[in-house]
Design a protein around this ligand. Sequence first.
Ligand code: ADP
Length: 244
Amino acid sequence: MSVVVEDLRRRFTEDGPPAVAGVSFTAPTGAITAILGPSGAGKSTVLRLIAGLEEPDAGRVILHGDDVTDTPVQKRGVGFVFQGYALFGHLSVRENVVFGLRVRGVPRTEAVARANELLHRVQLDGFADRRPSELSGGPRQRVAFARTLAVNPRVLLLDEPFGALDAGVRLELGEWLLRLHDETGLTTLLVTHDQPEAFALAEHLVVLLDGKVAQAGTPAELRAHPADGRLEAFLRVVSRTRPS
Ligand code: ADP
């Protein structure tokens, strides 16, 4: 299913510039789309508007053809993972995943079976009885993914999900995310300020600068034809490190 946003606008202050100043793009069905841009560009706000965690001043969010602009967050069918995603420290890894299912009325036996399946999918079979605090950052973030996938989201929204981890673990989790995406085929939006990460993981990129879409397209298109000088400057690091 595709994610379409039309002319989204959000302002937090009366006098300052808007955080999101008329953002439109389509994130294709079944692809990973990265929302890329420097800090303060409005990336998180756009993701939160799509999730329904934030209300737009204007504009529309359309998921799989349904206009969900006025639909509450829990009815949008979106799964959310962000940096430093909070797990329940007093529950085991398995119970953390079971929790989300029980809240949605899934009977306990079924919830446990589904949690075991999900922990297998995120390669944490052997860790189900541990506490989150006994895991290092990478596996802990994989528990967060399992908990999010437990509710069968129609769209996966990731806000710097590997942001708190060091470079080696980020790379590893990036490769893991690509495998998970191959298996699930979920339409995924990934917010990141890290150009190499965006170019390595996404099939489609939306670059935000100052609350507006500076350019959208495939990594190859952006590398070959940056829209203007500002975009070229922002992408220069990538061109140097990753020749097309
Ligand atoms: P990014 O994710 O690209 O770093 P954000 O969407 O977090 O950017 O923020 C865009 C702008 O909006 C920033 O100037 C930020 O300070 C401001 N902003 C974001 N959320 C709030 C909020 N809840 N209240 C006030 N200002 C906010």
